[in-house]
Design a protein. Sequence first.
Length: 303
Amino acid sequence: MTDMNTPRRPTTITEMVNRLEAGRNETSREQGLAFQPQPTDVIISPFAKSGTTWLQQMVHGLRTRGSMDFGEITEVVPWLEVAHDLGLDIHGPQVAPIRAYKSHLNWDDIPKGGRYIYSVRDPKDVLVSFYHFFEGWFFEPGSIPIEDFASEMFTKDPVNEGYWQHVASWWQQRENPAILFLSFEDMKADLPGTVQRVAEFIGVELDDELLEIVVRQSSFEFMAAHKQHFDDHLMRDGRDAARGLPPDGDSFKVRKGQVGEYQHELSDEMQAELDGIWRKTLKAQFGFTSYDDLREAVAALAE
């Protein structure tokens, strides 16, 4: 007989959403929103599953010459919206003079006054990565179809929240010199070039040795081999009990990092739905007929 008090993962989208709400702490979010950055602070702020952890590792490696002296990346690059919950002091000194933070806030909400790194990623790949990140942590593997997940967690209100609104809020600031825009796909295509751009943006003098260290330690192979540093175990320890989740969730944040994985995971109908949302949002607002247009526009900012 199953003990009803035993933590277990949800098996329906409704149950999963309820569990997420149960673990939400508005006090922590409010403290993050009230944070006042210093001009030298760096806030890594993409939409979820768009290269955030990757950029945390790059920035931290650049400012420390590759130090891996941390249990989980969030300890040294705190997430503004949940740091209070995890017992992290966002106001205190960090391991290097350049303080670095993570956020998933849109431009309208994010604390102003620092420097920001924003990466975009194809929304179809974002959805796939988002789904698999939740699978095995927030819901039982195989129990929730990706279509149900998408309708509740990704496509519910694209004009006012979610991926498309997030991207639009940041793209409106594309001429802001305090923001470095990148694309996930070009980061993957040219990792050394990306490290060079990030170093220049945050004010780190880059020599050949440091470039080699950061490129190596920001590779998928290195991060996968050191997954305990990137597995969100601080979040699991801090929030899973309140959500009624078992302690053995798989929360590794560097799953595959593939470009175009959606072609094997999303139905034609789901891809068409996402294309329709793109036309109603980012095409209507900025004229981008597809994600490829946005990616090209991001690359042009560096010219």
